[in-house]
Write a protein that binds this ligand. Structure first.
Ligand SMILES: [Mn+2]
Length: 434
């Protein structure tokens, strides 16, 4: 299945052999950080010199020397104009849908599942593609645990390309699959209290949590990983009930019950925990600490765990504060914030765990711009990428993205007009569907 991708990866090997110094640019999210770690480890093992930098996107300028090799990870496929301007050999390792045509100044290798007959949206991420490249460069099968960070971070599925590389990792014993709940490791009470994915709304609600645990007959001081099968079963049922009562999207339930991956070679063996820790590092601009954890550098583990805890508490505080500010339109829910630390995570969590029945739009006015995050789910039948694009265009801004997760950038003075248009467009699609 991965043959075509491997064929392209073999061309990458030739470029890597040609260069002594390599510049890696990667995205600051878990997929980008883990993809960066995989290539960094693969190059280190080959004795190559490299420098790695994190970017928010290719709108940030890329610095290079013409005799370098530039590796772009988790980005590049969507920016043919930028890549066409790079006066150096380039390897793109990306899974975003390729647009336009790249006219490279030097040699170009483009490793992207979409170009190799695979699904890059759900079935292979940038970290997975980097894992494939790494294993053509050398013997790097032990890096599969790191590849899972990108898969989980990008909310991909265990199917297609992902299923194939996971199968390899399972056979070789670098990862293990168990049945269980995709919750973090630690004391049950703490894990539930601080859980963001799934968002269980127990933060600062100790009495409610105690009652919940008593009803499910579970000792909150027990370690999550030491719960018996019966206890896990009771906990799963109790959580599902709570999620449905909260108004969560049914799809989230399948995500947290079932397979759970144990990463035998990583510093943090619980796959969802490692992903969440790396995500927290990226979110607070401490990407290099996330990278160090992915590269198995124990010295940074305590620091990373501190970052993670603080990140979750800040986010949970923000969520409880913002909940009161949520407004309802005809066919959307929305919130308008000023200088909020995050827009995307708030929109994601509200739309997945509390308000799954309508598209959720979060607007954040910051530095003279209004940043918009729109979130929905497959059941809503609304294409938010199109809604964002059309509504933003109407007020002179720009928008787009994916069907269920999109965004826009608009003028802060146009927020009201924009939201009205978003609401109108969402109602319109609903009517067409009906
Ligand atoms: Mn990605």
């Amino acid at each position: 299945m991965l043959d075509m991708l491997k064929a392209e990866a073999r061309k990458a090997v030739k470029l890597v052999e040609k260069h002594e110094f390599i510049r890696i640019y990667t995205h600051y999210d878990p997929d980008g950080i883990s993809a960066g770690a995989i290539m960094a480890l693969a190059l280190l093992r080959l004795g190559k010199q490299f420098q790695l930098r994190f970017l928010r996107g290719l709108n940030d300028p890329v610095e290079y020397e013409s005799d370098d090799l530039v590796i772009l990870e988790d980005m590049g496929s969507g920016y043919p104009d930028v890549v066409s301007e790079i006066e150096a050999d380039v390897i793109i390792i990306d899974h975003h849908y390729p647009v336009g045509r790249i006219k490279p100044k030097r040699e170009l290798v483009h490793v992207n599942p979409h170009l190799a007959g695979l699904d890059g949206t759900y079935e292979l991420s940038a970290s997975g593609a980097a894992y494939v490249v790494a294993n053509v460069l050398g013997s790097n099968r032990d890096l599969i645990g790191i590849a899972l960070v990108g898969m989980i971070g990008d909310k991909q599925k265990v199917a297609g390309g992902n299923a194939e590389i996971i199968g390899e990792g399972l056979r070789e014993g670098f990862i293990e699959e168990v049945r269980g709940l995709n919750l973090h490791s630690g004391k049950v009470r703490e894990v539930l209290m601080l859980s963001v994915e799934p968002y269980l709304d127990f933060y600062k609600k100790e009495d409610e949590l105690d009652e919940f645990l008593a009803k499910a007959k579970i000792d909150g001081d027990k370690e999550m990983d030491e719960l018996t099968k019966d206890e896990l079963y009771r906990l799963a049922n109790a959580i599902v009930l709570r999620l449905l009562k909260q108004g969560a999207y049914e799809g989230v339930i399948d995500e947290f019950i079932g397979r759970k991956f144990i990463l035998k070679r990583e510093l943090i063996q619980n796959a969802v925990t490692l992903t969440d820790v790396v995500n927290a590092c990226g979110r607070i601009s401490a990407c290099s600490i996330g990278l160090a954890i992915c590269m198995r550098d124990k010295r940074y583990l305590d620091k990373a765990m501190d970052i993670w805890e603080k990140y979750r508490i800040d986010l949970l505080e923000e969520l409880s504060k913002r909940r009161e500010e949520v407004r309802e339109g005809f066919c959307i829910r929305y919130i308008v914030m000023e200088n909020a630390p995050a827009t995307g995570p708030i929109a994601t969590i509200f739309s997945r765990y509390l308000y799954a029945d309508k598209p959720f739009i979060a607007v954040n006015v910051k530095n003279g711009r209004a940043k918009v995050s729109a979130r929905g789910n497959d059941k809503l039948g609304v294409d938010l990428a199109e809604v964002m694009r059309k509504a933003a265009e109407k007020v002179g801004g720009r928008g787009g993205g994916h069907r269920v997760a999109a965004g826009a950038n608009i003028d802060p003075d146009k927020v009201e007009e924009f939201l009205k248009e978003v609401d109108r467009l969402c109602c319109q699609t609903k009517k067409v569907e009906a």
